[in-house]
Design a binder for this molecule. Structure first.
Ligand code: CP
Length: 307
């Protein structure tokens, strides 16, 4: 039963519950008119303490397409946070006005804290360099829809694996499906944190390889998940400048990949995928962004118990 629950970490939901959300997402894609007013009279509060394009707009579009309404802020400065209000007091107040809330925050653990004080479901829309579970629902729906299967994939994840919260959530989730293998491609300074490699991959005996060069492995991949170097998480600008262009996916590299490999990216992209790759039918990052809206429609409907 998903009604009334929070989504803070991808592991908060069982595989069966995730499947329920994916199935509903697919039904909404096929028959959007059947769902166009199921959230009539309901309000989503989008509390975005950190910039966003896809997550905020897709949550808004999702609620509007379900017939509900949206309130919120897109920068903390325009709310009483700027006067020193805590996230606990903010969410207690928001619960007086809204039925469900999505929170993006630069500090790890902030949406978890909010959920402990909240009378309404709280969805983690990205907490610092930690987790981004609704991006993962997006990614799972994309993989299921385009590749047809969430099992048996060789998944290359490339870029900033240290600070990239989408990567942490994706690895946690894809590790629960059968026979997935990971190739983790990053500079040493941006390698996957121990809590993912030790607590998720090693503990569950998941096959994985950590390497620095993409060229050596691209031919073996079923999915290539590119990420940008997360400038906003660096303390030192020089360090960011040294690492920011570590990987650039271009036509030449794509020529070495399988014909049915797909390229994903949570976006925004900076330099890590050349624009020439956008023409390649294997590039599916904008489709992925669209799947994000459907996954969030299904999630909102399930947490509100309207479907
Ligand atoms: N993928 C993602 O989280 O994008 P935004 O930062 O634009 O929301």
């Amino acid at each position: 039963m998903l009604k009334g629950r929070h989504l803070i970490d991808p592991m908060d939901f069982t595989l069966e519950e995730i499947q329920e959300i994916l199935v509903l997402s697919e039904e909404i894609i096929l028959n959007p008119n059947d769902y166009s007013d199921i959230c009539k009279g309901k309000i989503l509060a989008n509390l975005f303490y950190e910039p966003s394009t896809r997550t905020r707009f897709s949550f808004e579009a999702a609620m509007l397409r379900l017939g509900g309404q949206v309130i919120g802020f897109s920068e903390a400065i325009s709310s009483s946070v700027s006067k020193g209000e805590s996230i606990a007091d903010t969410i207690r107040t928001v619960g007086c006005y809204a039925d469900i809330s999505a929170i993006r925050h630069p500090k790890e653990g902030s949406s978890k804290i909010a959920s402990q004080y909240s009378s309404i479901p709280v969805i983690n829309a990205g907490d610092g360099g930690h987790q981004h579970p609704t991006q993962t629902l997006t990614d799972l729906l994309t993989i299921k829809s385009i590749k047809g299967n969430l099992d048996n994939n060789v998944i290359g994840i490339c870029g900033d694996l240290k600070f990239g919260r989408t990567v942490h959530s994706l690895i946690k989730s894809m590790s629960r499906y059968k026979n997935n293998k990971f190739v983790l491609i990053s500079p040493k300074k941006l390698s996957i944190p121990d809590y993912i490699s030790k607590e998720v991959l090693k503990k569950n005996n998941i096959e994985y390889l950590e390497i620095e060069k993409m060229d050596d492995v691209i031919k073996d991949l079923d999915i290539l998940y590119m990420t940008r170097v997360q400038k906003e998480r660096f303390f030192n600008e020089d360090e960011y400048l040294k690492l920011k262009d570590s990987y650039i996916l271009n036509k030449e590299k794509m020529n070495k990949a399988k014909e049915d490999m797909i390229v994903m990216h949570p976006l925004p992209r900076v330099n890590e995928i050349s624009y020439e790759v956008d023409e390649d039918p294997r590039a599916c990052y904008f489709e992925q962004a669209k799947y994000g809206m459907y996954a969030r429609m299904a999630l909102i409907a399930k947490l509100l118990g309207v479907n």
